[in-house]
Design a protein around this ligand. Structure first.
Ligand SMILES: Cc1cc2nc3c(=O)[nH]c(=O)nc-3n(C[C@H](O)[C@H](O)[C@H](O)COP(=O)(O)OP(=O)(O)OC[C@H]3O[C@@H](n4cnc5c(N)ncnc54)[C@H](O)[C@@H]3O)c2cc1C
Length: 395
């Protein structure tokens, strides 16, 4: 069976490795001409590390990752700090896998290296797919206006602006969430010692929040600053802004936040868009995966993790229904759609929680944080995410 995956992002590469492990042969078509040091930090919760371990990548990932000892909530202006949850040994004991943070480029390289060591020519770079069409049991893949290849199964892992999705269901209508996000990386050596602790921090404030966590074993610190703001709606991983503009968006915030922003190497600016969740993403012999079918706001830090889970569940389904790929793809969709929709909706709800106006007033803020980040509320919001077992879930 010829399986073609469109897109060599985190999801497409994971699907390729999982399919090879199930005995399939795959080809991955990627529009980028070369692999580069793009992106910033990703959080990989235990449910994602379960997938990487299943692929045999536990050690390779441990070498490039950081393992925060826990997460803390900090108040935007005073810096008052609360424990959100313990990670490190607690995550390993409770879920069987660690909670890690990685530079996207590092995780991407680990996946590419493994795929190239197994199938040296599996990834074709510089191939942009613009359309796919199904004819009976065959899927025709078009690139640059010409038929490029014919496959038995095509997986659209081509990200938030997916052309495969467009071929299947037409163009989508993203709506601006009213939030823009600044992203960037800081050299830890540029920060004072108290800001180099092995913790993740969620700074919360009225109308904005900041996420801070270590990368590359503590050599780097990742910064994301989300701000409610109108008038700029460019959805891009590569638009560069200025440190001054970022500082202005966090006027009045704690000096640690200003220190972080002042040390950013390159501040990237990104408008956060929302899309309705899809009710269908398997169509005959074509299915979507990752951001192509469930793009999300990043406020549960599950975007990359969902793509990892999708890849493994997809491979298990195609293996179980080896002679009926249409059925395998239907079962993959059925196994994943409810969970991923819940994550997309939960991420949107978290935006309101992180930015609540009550955080503007010292007294109201403390009470609000105590309630919203109580042990029980945190458990209710995160436990079901981290417990999921993509290698065992019913198909
Ligand atoms: C350059 C880049 C930087 C990112 N940086 C961050 C970050 O800093 N923090 C964060 O949280 N998330 C980041 N993300 C998004 C994050 O990786 C995804 O949300 C998540 O990993 C889900 O992955 P995915 O494989 O579904 O999609 P993606 O990781 O977006 O991968 C999609 C892949 O498909 C390729 N592609 C797209 N269209 C076509 C086409 N028509 N033909 C062939 N190939 C195509 C893309 O080049 C890309 O390699 C980034 C994504 C990209 C592409």
């Amino acid at each position: 069976m010829r399986i073609v995956i469109v897109g060599a992002g985190i999801g497409g590469l994971t699907a390729a490795l999982a399919l090879i492990k199930q005995g399939f042969d795959v080809e991955v078509l990627e529009q980028a001409k070369q692999l580069g040091e793009v992106g910033a930090g990703l959080q990989i919760s235990p449910n994602g590390n379960r997938v990487l371990a299943w692929l045999g990548l536990e050690e390779a990932v441990a070498r490039i990752a950081s393992e925060p000892a826990g997460k803390k909530v900090r108040l935007w202006n005073t810096g008052q700090t609360w424990n959100l949850f313990d990670l490190g040994a607690t995550s390993r004991e409770r879920y069987g896998f660690p909670y890690l943070t990685v530079h996207r480029a590092d995780l991407h390289r680990v996946l590419v290296n493994r795929l190239q060591s197994l199938r040296p020519s599996a990834i074709k770079m510089g191939v942009r797919i613009d359309h796919i069409e199904q004819h009976g049991d065959q899927v025709v893949i078009r690139s640059a206006g010409k038929d490029l290849a014919v496959a038995d199964v095509v997986i659209g892992a081509d990200g938030v602006h997916s052309q495969v999705r467009q071929s299947l269901i037409g163009s989508d209508e993203p709506k601006f969430s009213g939030i823009i996000a600044w992203r960037g990386i800081v050299q830890a050596s540029d920060l004072p010692a108290h800001m180099r602790q092995p913790y993740g921090y969620n700074w919360v404030g009225p109308g904005a929040h900041v996420i801070q966590y270590p990368l590359r074993g503590g050599e780097l610190v990742n910064f994301v600053g989300a701000v409610e703001q109108q008038g700029w709606e460019v959805e891009s991983w590569s638009t560069v802004g200025s440190v001054q503009a970022c500082l202005a968006d966090f006027k009045g915030w704690h000096e640690d936040v200003h220190t972080l922003i002042g040390s950013l190497q390159t501040p990237y600016k990104w408008a956060l868009m929302v899309r309705d969740t899809l009710t269908r993403w398997a169509f005959g012999r074509v299915a979507l995966l990752g951001d192509a079918c469930h793009p999300t706001l990043p406020f549960l830090a599950q975007g990359a993790v969902m793509a990892l889970e999708d890849g493994l569940v997809l491979a298990r389904c195609l293996a179980q229904w080896r002679d009926q790929p249409e059925v395998g793809l239907q079962r993959y969709e059925a196994a994943r759609i409810e969970r991923t929709s819940r994550i997309v909706n939960g991420s949107a709800a978290n935006a309101k929680r992180f930015h609540n106006p009550l955080l503007g007033h010292a007294e109201g803020a403390a009470q609000y944080v105590d309630e919203q980040w109580s042990e029980q509320s945190v458990k209710d919001r995160y436990e079901w995410l981290f417990e999921y077992q993509a290698d065992k879930v019913d198909l």
